[in-house]
Write a protein that binds this ligand. Structure first.
Ligand code: ZN
Length: 435
């Protein structure tokens, strides 16, 4: 039986059928001899990290894939802060924030351009202008992450239970900043909403009047004159991955949110190569994963490439990206399939439709397990349609980690308790009985 697992996550892989692909999905249309070989030798099925139809962001989907319930989710703002190396003290709230182009219309703010192009020098000057704010015991600081993106860290009598202000669609009005309905009478939620609104209003005025924007306007460029916020969060205490599953885990993924999630759950986090050459980068990530498997018994290997191609709303580009990933996989595939110690799992975190207005969509994604003892079904191609004929059925949420534990022969028989902690693996790291 396998003793270690490689979980390969092709972000946003699932898609819809497209006329330009003869009514196939990009994965269906792509030439993927490597992935198809895994499918032919393994157990196939569909996977949804939440409920069918639910459009999940990567971080919520990954939390479930790593075997944690949504109650353990600390909010994306907190994860990005953690991933960027920001030290959050207990109680601090982190909110995703980015510089944007706004205009005032009848006393409301309208999004002109969600992600405006600006130089690093311009962004630095704008951060200096609005990077710190304090009023009535609430302190707010902007921590840059990449380009116009960063997080706002809020200290004082605050909480994460407030609405977003970023509408994500150019031309839309910004939503009002309010406490969430279920926290409407919570003084911390009211204070947070009022303070953050005051800060964002102050930042809009200050940025609008900033010389950087006078210069941009003179050159015919949109003013980078506002900050919009989303997805507030606050760190929680969670059972570390090793204690929960009895597996020493590692994560190879790019992006602050994945680094943050890995750190939050106690996975060792490795940064993949990012040269811009996808085939070379994914090959390097696979080599890194093989290396990590010599010291870890669970390795999460993630690529954002299919998701990014889908966000470009180009089904043909997504098909090409999938084919490139498959080419990168080919040289290591024989070794992966021949290793008797390895359980290989390939899937995605969610579907990302490469047409239409949705950011992500709620269809399930293909899933394949390969390893000694894994059932072998009649599926011979790795895609959303063929996978539905496989023997795994539709796997949901935290069931994925349970299936991984199961195939590593570590699933705890329901009812057995050899440790006080509610660990999911067996045998647990129990204390010996001392006579
Ligand atoms: Zn994703």
């Amino acid at each position: 039986m396998p003793s270690k697992c490689l979980l390969m996550v092709l972000d946003g892989l699932g898609d819809r059928s497209h006329e330009c692909l003869d009514h196939q999905t990009p994965l269906q249309a792509a030439q993927t001899p490597g992935l198809d070989r895994i499918a032919a030798l393994g157990a196939n099925g569909l996977y949804h990290a939440g409920m069918l139809g639910e459009a999940l962001p990567s971080e919520t989907a990954h939390l479930a894939m790593f075997g944690y319930d949504r109650i353990d989710f600390p909010g994306r703002g907190a994860l990005e802060a953690l991933g960027a190396g920001v030290v959050l003290t207990p109680g601090e709230v982190a909110v995703l924030a980015h510089f944007t182009a706004l205009e005032e219309k009848d006393g409301c703010l309208r999004l002109v351009r969600d992600v405006p192009l600006a130089t690093d020098e311009e962004i630095q000057m704008l951060i200096t202008a609005v990077g710190k704010w304090e009023h009535a015991g609430v302190r707010i600081r902007f921590v840059p992450i990449k380009g116009v993106f960063g997080v706002l860290v809020l200290s004082g009598p605050v909480c994460p239970h407030v609405t977003d202000t970023g509408p994500m669609r150019d031309g839309s009005l910004l939503p009002e900043l309010l406490p969430l309905a279920e926290h409407a009478t919570d003084p911390a939620a009211q204070t947070t909403a009022l303070s953050l609104k005051a800060y964002l209003s102050w930042a809009f005025q200050r940025l609008t009047d900033h010389p950087v924007n006078a210069s941009r306007t003179a050159r015919g460029l949109a003013a980078v004159n506002g900050l919009v916020t989303q997805r507030a969060g606050r760190l929680k205490t969670v059972m570390p991955f090793t204690e929960r599953f009895g597996l020493h885990g590692a994560s190879i993924a790019s992006g602050a949110v994945f680094r943050g999630l890995g750190r939050y759950l106690g996975l060792d986090v490795f940064n993949p190569l990012q040269t811009g050459d996808l085939e070379q980068d994914f090959s390097a990530s696979l080599a890194m994963a093989l290396d990590a498997l010599t010291t870890h018994d669970f390795v999460h290997l993630h690529t954002k490439a299919p998701d990014e191609a889908a966000h470009a709303k180009d089904p043909l580009l997504k098909k090409q990206v999938i084919e490139t990933l498959d080419r990168a996989l080919m040289p290591t595939l024989d070794g992966l399939l021949a290793d008797p110690e390895l359980l290989l799992v390939v899937t995605a975190d969610h579907s990302t439709p490469s047409s239409g207005p949705l950011v992500h969509s709620g269809e399930p994604v293909p899933l394949v397990f390969h390893g000694t003892g894994v059932r072998r079904d009649k599926v011979a191609a790795f895609n959303e349609i063929d996978a539905a004929g496989g023997c795994l059925g539709c796997v949901r949420g935290t069931e994925l980690m349970r299936l991984i534990l199961n195939h590593l022969d570590k699933a705890r028989l329901e009812g057995i308790r050899d440790t006080p902690e509610d660990c999911l693996y067996w045998p647990g790291e129990y204390r010996p009985f001392i006579i």
